[in-house]
Design a protein around this ligand. Structure first.
Ligand SMILES: [Zn+2]
Length: 414
């Protein structure tokens, strides 16, 4: 992709509305724009990051044997009344009447809808276990939307649901998801703390939260400095029960939450299956969420420096930037285009900054949007045998022989 075609409106100044570092960088690096409080446009760079995250999630979910579907965002309120969650969730749910006077809502989550689907299409133990997931836009009428994508009214989530015959089956699927979540966050370049958590309005007995450390985070996690055990802070801190030392308070953002729901929803919605003896039993459920759009912000919170974002390789909007210093010089542009073609042909993604701007502006923007590697092409580079590669994370430079460019990139991004 060429910069002049890509639409990357970077900002020199920090926008006033940005309340956190990730929010500032998201706007300054031209990844997103606010339409109104809590609703964001993903610009091309932001959308590419979002798609990279979704691709990691899909790979890991499919590897667990989960199957993807897409549920509607528009729900009949009646379905929510059956579990009583229209009341539990209350004002956070967007509710309205359609032109026929029917009460409808925009889904803040999808347990009711998926349980209803499974109830109507899955009736015997032979169809179980079943794990379904979707990546979808959800809605919450937040009193105070904040921090850009972190607390928005319209956001993207991955939600998965497991359906089993019994608790043993649920335990197995829960463990698979738990391990998949660890891989997903690690591949996204995110350090998370895992805590036993309160199930809240979701119900069920067991749940774990995946919390990303971030200074703006409003969820406090207690971490033992000795054994690194993490637990949620609800009221009054206590020492680590193993080590008997005071625990550190860490600010975090919730990025994932998994629940053993049991039969709360299947009983309320009569989602039963006939077991091997022909007896009707409620399906045993688990649900597994990841805040996909929120992850973009959490990744930026953990991967930045004074000059901008430092995207981890797997989620970077492009992997390599080619930076010709003078676009009016034909030889320089020829060389830049040459690298660009080589990189694309090798299957890597590349952004070529073809703007007729001063080198200083280009270097600043390159740091701000934070692609892992950049190749600087100036007059002196053309005559040399080596390419000057700049590594964004530590700002070091490496001289690589021209014929070894693709080899170096493959090794660096591995
Ligand atoms: Zn401890």
């Amino acid at each position: 992709m060429f910069w002049t075609k890509a639409f990357i409106p970077t900002l020199k100044e920090t926008p006033k509305e940005a309340e956190s570092l990730s929010h500032q960088l998201l706007l300054r690096a031209g990844c997103a724009r606010m339409l109104m409080a809590g609703a964001y446009t993903y610009l091309p760079l932001g959308l590419r990051v979002l798609e990279k995250i979704q691709s990691i999630i899909r790979q890991e979910m499919n590897a667990c044997g989960a199957s993807e579907l897409l549920l509607p965002a528009l729900h009949p309120l009646e379905l929510w009344q059956k579990t009583g969650r229209d009341q539990d969730i209350g004002e956070v749910m967007f509710k309205f009447k359609d032109r026929r006077g029917r009460n409808v809502c925009l889904g803040p989550t999808h347990e009711e809808v998926i349980t209803d689907l499974v109830k109507n299409n899955c009736s015997t133990y032979r169809q179980l276990p079943l794990v379904l997931y979707q990546i979808q836009t959800k809605f919450r009428d937040e009193i105070r939307p904040r921090f850009g994508l972190i607390r928005a009214c319209e956001f993207i989530m991955k939600d998965a649901y497991s359906f089993d015959q019994d608790e043993a089956g649920l335990d197995k699927n829960y463990q698979l998801m738990y391990e998949a979540y660890k891989r997903i966050f690690s591949r996204c370049g995110l350090k998370t703390l895992i805590t036993d958590a309160d199930s809240g309005v979701m119900g069920g007995k067991v749940s774990h939260e995946f919390m990303a450390e971030a200074p703006l985070g409003e969820d406090i996690v207690l971490v033992c400095p000795k054994c690194k055990t993490a637990k949620a802070f609800k009221e009054g801190d206590s020492p680590c029960f193993k080590c008997r030392v005071e625990m550190d308070k860490i600010n975090t953002i919730e990025v994932g939450h998994i629940f053993k729901l049991g039969t709360k929803y299947s009983q309320a919605l009569e989602a039963n299956f006939s077991d091997a003896k022909g007896e009707l039993r409620p399906v045993v459920m688990g649900c597994y969420g990841i805040g996909v759009s929120r992850l973009v912000s959490a990744i930026i919170e953990q991967n930045n420096d004074a000059d901008g974002i430092t995207w981890p390789g797997e989620v970077a909007p492009f992997q390599i930037m080619v930076l010709p210093l003078d676009v009016t010089n034909q030889a320089i542009m020829q060389e830049a285009q040459n690298f660009y073609n080589q990189i694309n042909a090798a299957g890597f993604s590349c952004l070529l900054d073809d703007r007729d701007e001063r080198a200083g502006v280009k270097f600043k923007d390159a740091d701000l949007i934070g692609l892992p590697l950049s190749i600087v092409v100036g007059k002196k580079n053309i005559e040399e045998k080596n390419i000057e590669l700049r590594i964004r994370k530590d700002k070091s430079t490496q001289l690589v022989p021209k014929e070894e460019l693709v080899k170096f990139i493959s090794k660096f991004l591995a």
